[in-house]
Design a protein around this ligand. Structure first.
Ligand code: SF4
Ligand code: SF4
Length: 347
């Protein structure tokens, strides 16, 4: 593990930005977003470390773009977009890395490898960071994660007094440290102890704020055994079908393909889709297995907490809480799960 002083981090980023596109956090309206480093920050030597996750699932959008061309044809031959400069993205948290794990499972580890996703993934270095504060809707500990990254990163940053500990998780990350070794020293035992104490403290805070949401039964069991229970009508009654919960979710990966005609040819486009749309599961002849909103609402939970576990062995929810933050119907996923469990107990 290595240590870099706060005063040297802007220099590291400026060096990385000379040959890569580097995304760093910025703050607006008490929320965090990511944008490309433009050099102005380097002049002021400022670097903003985000204490909690970004408002939007930026990492997902880098790998699996909200809208992109996947092929051009007639008269242009089939093609996928060429890779751009290597991207280095800071500000990623553990909840987004679980999103990446879900997307990798679908787009890289199945029978078919998505070439665009694969290019984007290979072309990106992820520099994640420990959370040092929790939002009121964060519930990563409920779904078995910690508020600090444990896997899926190339480098991880942990802020401690006076600087950051950098821990590498891949060869890509190791190379960055080696190439800029003059800016780093070995992390000391005191540094690591400090980091571990901070981690334990925040972990307790997230656990404490979610103590009433822990379910005695596994979420898979709760959903599986009650998929046809009338309680779903109650827990979904304020849903206005805005689809926001799917679009902000770092683990949702549904997409739609359509063709777009231009004067000089045609393009096949890929855009994010959402299973809350009434037409999402529609088949030939207009028939749909999920005609009513309550069916689509249930499906969202069934997929994340039951079918994904059956197929891939882990839940497709990282507890980032973005769906709670964005919901126009003020629906809290933790309460929905808890209410269904209570329903089971009363049955
Ligand atoms: S379902 Fe909600 S809490 Fe879970 S990963 Fe998606 S947005 Fe985050
Ligand atoms: S964000 Fe809330 S209101 Fe919108 S579709 Fe999701 S559950 Fe329904």
């Amino acid at each position: 593990m290595n240590y870099i002083k706060f005063t040297d981090i802007a220099q590291l980023i400026a060096r990385l930005a000379s040959s890569n596109t580097v995304y760093v956090p910025y703050t607006h309206d008490n929320k965090y977003f990511l944008s490309s480093w433009n050099g102005k920050e380097a002049e002021s030597e400022s670097f903003l470390f985000n204490p909690f996750r970004t408002a939007l699932p930026f990492l997902k959008a880098l790998f699996f773009q909200a809208k992109c061309v996947v092929a051009q044809y007639l008269p242009v031959s089939d093609t996928v977009e060429a890779s751009e400069k290597q991207r280095i993205v800071f500000g990623v948290k553990a909840c987004d890395l679980l999103g990446k794990k879900v997307l990798d499972t679908i787009f890289l580890k199945g029978e078919y490898v998505d070439p665009l996703y694969s290019d984007n993934s290979e072309n990106t270095v992820i520099i994640s960071g420990d959370c040092t504060e929790a939002l009121e809707n964060c519930f990563c500990t409920v779904v078995g994660l910690q508020p600090h990254p444990e896997e899926e990163y190339d480098l991880n940053m942990s802020p401690i007094n006076g600087g950051y500990i950098f821990e590498s998780g891949s060869e890509k990350g190791e190379k960055i440290i080696k190439d800029h070794l003059d800016l780093f020293t070995e992390a000391t035992k005191e540094h690591i102890n400090h980091r571990n104490q901070q981690r334990t403290k925040l972990n307790k805070i997230v656990e404490r704020q979610n103590q009433n949401y822990k379910t005695a039964e596994s979420r898979q069991r709760i959903i599986e055994e009650n998929i046809n229970a009338p309680i779903w009508h109650d827990v979904s009654k304020t849903c206005v079908e805005c689809n926001g919960c799917n679009y902000v979710c770092p683990t949702c990966y549904c997409f739609l393909l359509y063709d777009q005609k231009h004067d000089d040819g045609n393009e096949r486009m890929k855009v994010w889709d959402s299973c809350f749309h009434a037409g999402y599961a529609r088949m030939a002849g207009g028939i749909t297995p999920r005609l009513h909103l309550v069916d689509r609402f249930k499906n969202h939970y069934y997929h994340k907490f039951d079918s994904f576990v059956k197929n891939y062995g882990f839940e497709a929810c990282s507890g980032c809480g973005r769906c709670i933050e964005t919901c126009m119907g003020q629906i809290d996923k933790r309460e929905v799960l808890k209410n269904i469990e209570k329903y089971v107990e009363l049955k």
